[in-house]
Design a protein around this ligand. Structure first.
Ligand code: AHR
Length: 323
């Protein structure tokens, strides 16, 4: 009897000591986030933005890096479902193949928020909100800048403008859409020809490797490089220099993201323009997550506001860059 009384007293003491903390911990929102990987400067900034915003909002973040593999993202989402997190958010590495796992999340009653990249699914009720850039518009902006760029206009007046394209990850929304937007503008420009187009998987190393192959095959015929992200452009710049050519002069370069590395390359005269794609999605994501948990309506689509930074604006803009 003495022993029972002692155990009850210890339980009460434990509750008094940790009770408030336990209650608080239970009240905290738990967010499971599956990130694409760490393939680019953009991605690193995006991860940091999400981690910082979660910490600031007191949201418990379960973060998983998929190393650019869809199967890893599917595993991570299943594990978030098993852990019964409050909300799942993810940036899908590719567009297709998500129905089964998203149906599992829906059956478990866990809302899914898409960030940065979208999915292509028939049943649109499988996700509640999509926050990120308009990648088609980014492709259009890159092409519009290009056709208006004076040295390229001069080239077009004399003959053809030969473009090589470094695509992002095969099957990913930004690779598909940035190609689409770029081609949409160029279809009215008969002098502009995409003579080679290949994936560089959004990485510097692959961007360099593929540019080396382009240079081997086409050499001085190349007038323009369109890279779906800055990292691939930076890798390609190295390949162009190693081939004895001047990036930004012998080959005009336009890429997407507007990360600090691109600004440095522009200031050095090696990159001609970077179209902005903001990775700073953390604060907006956390606000959507809080609203979803509170049962408030959330916008189906939030498009990030972005600009275009030609080389001549780089030095002035550089000190303001946050990523
Ligand atoms: O989905 C956004 C893209 O993914 C960024 O443009 C690129 O740098 C990243 O890897």
């Amino acid at each position: 009897m003495k022993r029972v009384l002692f155990n009850v007293a210890s339980a009460v003491l434990l509750l008094l000591a940790f009770g408030p903390g336990l209650a608080l911990a239970k009240d905290k929102i738990v967010l499971g986030f599956s990130q694409v990987g760490a393939e680019s400067e953009w991605r690193t900034a995006n991860t940091q933005s999400i981690k910082d915003a979660a910490a600031k909002e007191g949201i418990t973040l379960k973060f998983s890096d998929a190393q650019q593999k869809q199967e890893n993202q599917i595993k991570a989402i299943r594990s978030f479902i098993a852990q019964r997190v409050d909300v799942i958010a993810f940036s899908p590495v590719v567009e297709t193949g998500w129905e089964p796992v998203l149906r599992e999340a829906k059956r478990a009653g866990i809302p899914v928020v898409l960030t940065d990249r979208s999915v292509s699914v028939k049943d649109e009720s499988l996700w509640v909100s999509f926050l990120g850039s308009d990648f088609v518009e980014e492709g259009r902006r890159a092409a519009k800048w290009l056709v208006d760029y004076a040295p390229v206009k001069e080239l077009a007046a004399k003959g053809e403008v030969n473009i090589v394209e470094l695509q992002g990850t095969v099957g990913s929304a930004p690779a598909i859409d940035r190609k689409k937007g770029f081609e949409e503008i160029l279809k009215n420009q008969p002098k502009f020809k995409i003579i080679r187009s290949q994936t560089g998987d959004f990485t510097r190393a692959k961007g360099k490797e593929v540019m080396e192959a382009f240079l081997k095959a086409e050499g001085k015929k190349i007038n323009v490089l369109y890279a779906h992200n800055d990292d691939m452009a930076i890798g390609a710049i190295q390949a162009i220099e190693e081939a004895g050519l001047k990036p930004g002069k012998d080959i005009v370069i336009v890429s997407i993201d507007a990360v600090k590395g691109a600004f440095e390359a522009m200031i050095a005269g090696k990159l001609n323009c970077s179209v902005e794609c903001s990775p700073l999605l953390g604060p907006q994501l956390m606000s959507i997550v809080k609203d979803v948990v509170a049962g408030k309506p959330v916008p189906r689509r939030i498009v990030t506001e972005e600009g275009v930074f030609p080389q001549e604006t780089a030095a002035k803009e550089f000190p303001n860059r946050k990523y």
